[in-house]
Design a binder for this molecule. Structure first.
Ligand SMILES: [Zn+2]
Length: 140
């Protein structure tokens, strides 16, 4: 992938793209039974069809469940604790990601939206980013 003058680059190819400074997750939808998957896959786990279409998922969703990571080890931005949640995106599917919020803040059904998460730089100095979530009422 060729970066636009200093634009952040997705850490992993084929999983999401960046539009207007936000990640757009790429999902697979089964043409046979309409089941949706993230990350994209080549065969449907529900009906075994290999007729999969790539679509863009909604950037908005609701928190289905979460956990708070308090373990030292692979620290995120050098701090813990942090929140990892499962999010039901509008129209599906359910995806897992870091939720940028206070560890005491999550609630089932909390509206969230996708956001970029800095992941360092490549050898050419380009910013690498992953995807995560933030409460939907931030910066709106
Ligand atoms: Zn299917």
């Amino acid at each position: 992938m060729t970066p636009d003058s200093g634009a952040p680059i997705p850490l992993v190819d084929g999983v999401f793209r960046i539009a207007d400074g936000r990640p757009v997750l790429l999902v697979s939808r089964c043409s046979s039974c309409n089941e949706r998957y993230f990350p994209p896959r080549e065969r449907c786990a529900a009906c075994s069809s290999d007729e999969m279409q790539t679509e863009e998922a909604s950037q908005d969703g609701e928190l289905y469940t979460w956990t708070v990571v308090r373990e030292l080890g692979r620290q995120r931005d050098g701090f813990i604790p942090y929140v990892v949640g499962q999010i039901d995106l509008a129209g599906g599917p359910r995806v897992t990601g870091v939720v940028n919020c206070d560890p005491d803040a999550p609630a089932i059904g909390m509206p969230v939206r996708l956001c970029l998460v800095p992941q360092g730089h490549d050898d050419d100095g380009n910013e690498l980013v992953g995807y995560g979530f933030e409460p939907a009422d931030l910066n709106r």
